[in-house]
Write a protein that binds this ligand. Structure first.
Ligand code: GAL
Length: 342
């Protein structure tokens, strides 16, 4: 009897280990379907990643078929990972019904959500681009929505929507400096450029303009690396990819250099659009990751992610030709695994 019990135990344990191993992914395959730990294509588009303790959280637009057909609500997904490669779906962090009475008609959008953790208040604060028809004009609301939660995975409670610094705001980006100060990057059509603005101490509002970059760019992202601020953005071509660009400054307030390409322009940033630059500071090296979206406007649930470690030095950011890669988040080292899945 004991022998049989031991055998069952052994078989179950082996199966469990095998299963875990089978599901564990070793590489990020840029532009391919990216399965979460339950085997579903990750739904975190136009997203952002933050690190809390040893855990990375990835928030983004939830666009799975099931939720994308819901015209009443929009959802922000939350995933967690210890290695940036294997992500566990933690659920939808917010389910939001049309958040403002100024929005006309049924159709409204929630895009590019970003979450900040405020150490003082111990709250998670979500910013999202809220838009829709106002006075008959598409994308006429041009505001940010703010929501708050006690836990990273939510549920987030919606607070309000406003125009940061009183300005029209469309694509938003997130930047947290090494000293913990938090910034919102937002594109403003009337002044043809984007703003870098400091959040208030509690992160619940946008307090002050730090810089205005006069360049018709969106999908703004910033990284502070070896004494330089690098800002990247994409041209205003809706869902279609274009050659994304980079500029630098020694201070967030500028002055900013002129913009240059971050990939061979004919590849249109390898068919992607910027959403974030993520700095991974390991024991051996610091690696900066470009996070981009490869949108599929007629089937957004199948939109892909193009994440690649970038070459970054002396004012240049360059995305190498996409290929499968692995990162060791403890050391910061990246390895490429060529010819995988071929
Ligand atoms: C893109 C923008 C997306 C979405 C889209 C709609 O340029 O980055 O977030 O707003 O336009 O056309």
């Amino acid at each position: 009897m004991l022998k049989i019990f031991k055998l069952i135990l052994y078989t179950t344990a082996t199966l469990l280990v095998f299963n875990t191993l089978a599901q564990k992914q070793l590489v990020i395959n840029p532009g391919e379907k990216w399965a979460d730990m339950d085997g579903n294509h990750i739904q975190a588009h136009g997203g952002g990643v933050i690190k809390i303790g040893k855990t990375y959280y990835w928030y983004g637009e939830q666009r799975s078929k099931e939720f994308d057909i819901d015209t009443v609500h929009h959802y922000v997904s939350c995933y967690a990972s210890k290695d940036l490669i294997n992500w566990k779906f933690k659920g939808n962090a917010i389910k939001l019904a049309r958040p403002d009475t100024a929005l006309e008609g049924k159709h409204w959008v929630l895009e590019r959500p970003k979450v900040y953790y405020n150490k003082k208040t111990k709250k998670y604060v979500m910013y999202m681009h809220i838009d829709g028809v106002v006075k008959g004009k598409r994308y006429g609301f041009a505001s940010v929505g703010v929501a708050i939660s006690n836990k990273p995975e939510g549920p987030f409670k919606y607070l309000n929507a406003f125009r940061p610094l009183g300005k029209e705001s469309r694509d938003i980006g997130q930047f947290i400096d090494d000293d913990g100060s938090a910034y919102l990057i937002f594109e403003s059509r009337p002044s043809k450029g984007f703003y870098i603005a400091k959040l208030s101490d509690d992160f619940l509002t946008v307090e002050k303009e730090v810089s205005f970059i006069q360049a018709p760019l969106e999908g703004g992202a910033i990284v502070h690396y070896k004494g330089l601020y690098y800002v990247i953005g994409s041209a205003l071509t809706s869902w279609a990819p274009n050659p994304n660009k980079v500029a630098t400054a020694t201070s967030l307030a500028g002055p900013w250099s002129t913009f240059s390409d971050i990939a061979p322009p004919e590849t249109n940033t390898y068919s992607s659009q910027s959403t974030m630059l993520l700095k991974v500071e390991g024991k051996k090296q610091t690696t900066v990751l470009y996070m981009g979206d490869r949108w599929k406007p007629s089937a957004q649930w199948d939109s892909r992610y193009l994440w690649m470690p970038v070459e970054i030095q002396e004012g240049k950011v360059w995305i190498p030709k996409p290929k499968p890669w692995h990162i060791n988040v403890k050391t910061g080292e990246v390895r490429y695994i060529e010819q995988i899945n071929k």
